[in-house]
Design a protein around this ligand. Sequence first.
Ligand code: FES
Length: 624
Amino acid sequence: MGANADHTTLQIDLEPIGRRVDIAAGQTLLDAARAAGIEMVAVCGGEGWCYTCLVRPLTGRVTAPTTVEQEGIRPDELAAGFRLACQTIPLTDVKVEIPPDSLATQQRLQLEGRETEHPSAPLVTEIDITVDPATLEDLRADATRLQDAVEAIDGARPVFPHALLRDLSGQLRAQEWSARLGVRRTRLAVPDGAIKGTEERDEVVAIVPTGAPLLGLAVDIGTTKIAAYLVELSTGRTLAKAGAVNPQVAYGEDVLSRISYAIEHADGRATLQARVVDTLNRLVTDLVAEVGAARSQIADAVIVGNTAMHHLFAGLPVDQLGRAPYVPVVSDPLDIPARDLGLDFASGAYVHLPPNIAGYVGADHVAMAIGTGVWETARTVVAVDIGTNTEVTLAKGGRIWSCSCASGPAFEGAHIRDGMRAAPGAIERVQITEGGQPLLKIIGDGPPVGICGSGIMDAISELLRTGIINRKGVFDAQMPRVGNEDGVLHYVLAGSSTAGHGRPIVVTRKDINEIQLAKAAIRVGVEVLLHEAGISHGEIDEFIVAGAFGTYLDIASTVRTGMFPPLPLARFKQVGNAAGAGARQMLVSVPRRVLAAQRARQVAYVELTIHPEFARKYLKSLYF
Ligand code: FES
């Protein structure tokens, strides 16, 4: 296989996905994967320090391994031809293998979540009308005809946005002068700025055939995953749901790498926004096909995400989110015409973005609070949403405190020697027998290839329980399956003959250290909020654990490591994707939307790093 005749483009075959793409000479294999729409794990966004973008060129010539690769890739992998996609530049046409561990698309996507029932009271409601056809005796404009009809039924005269007028006449005639209008009743919104960005007037946002239900879309844009729900607005029923990997993963796995990408590339912000919008449009295609509906029936949407995801989606600058004091551009709710964002919904539909609280406590946390009812209970409740940044809320006696903890990507498998996401082949549960032998539960049917966040938490808890490590995380070298590699001790979870890739899967001292830092970050967040409220952990009535990772955690293990306070297990509640549930509530209920806006303003945000108790509590939290 040789270079193309003009030497300016090279053809890259990406296996085993079977995708082919042309790239310009000088671009990397990671660029090729991105161009092909393949979502590779690239934790550092291509900066060459995370070593997660492993690939293996099969045919053709590429540049020689860089120093970064020689230092970062294990010698056996380097010898087997593995390279870092972000460092490798094809010199000819190339065929390259992307191993499953380097693909971001195989992870488990969390869509379920506990839902509180709330009566449907959507902002966009249906009005069915039939009008007299235009005649030489009745020359009213089509829009006027419809406005007259709505006013006769409803008492208010809605406006038609320009985007809707383009198709109005054709549609009205095709539907024999009857239609179902989706009217956005902004006047329903309670005062004090809960619904912003539009005038106080009713507006027709969708025209569909009579009988076709108006639909809404609720979306949770996570840093790694996107969950979308198609909902019938009049009943609040979820008709279909779908998940996808956030395609921005290919530009940096964590929020900070993505902010850097947006800052350092001229079109970075636009690219990141476009990728998410494309994915949402694709998800919508699948969702409406599943229920036999049309995209033009989607008359409203609520989209939540952390502050960086919110800003990137809304096309807002993120530079200031990457630098102290990390402030958002806007914290109030926003209502943006869907078409302005490139979303293909009903032509007049809006997207509602609920409020942010701070640079690192975003609308997804607000949605979680709405979804779980944390902000409305008279009890003392702590709610945590665990991720690369973990947000913690404490509600007590009508007051609300919240903070963000830099828990890092260890729970996602990053910086853990054999860490991986919760994908097939991941060890997700570990038990260690009294004889020191591990019993493993693996996602999927195959042999283990790594360990995911819940698995590593279990493993450490069991290593503690069985005395294989002590409270400081130090190994007892005399215990079974404790090995030594270059003077560094580790515990062997799966030997090379058991593991799917023929290499042992181990928990090292360094892995334990990473988890110590992560769990201490979360515990200190909880402790500082308790300090602010002037209570001890024994007074917590309910401890809510939200988010995908939290769903799969074994609470007893987590308490044993000290990540959560030692409460009776019955006080813990694992609620799944509560942010998605909250987004759905805000989609179908104006009162829920208004409550979110009001309560978000009442939250006392606590900046942990400058809190006088932070250092002392953090050091204490490092011990198991
Ligand atoms: Fe290649 Fe991080 S080392 S993406």
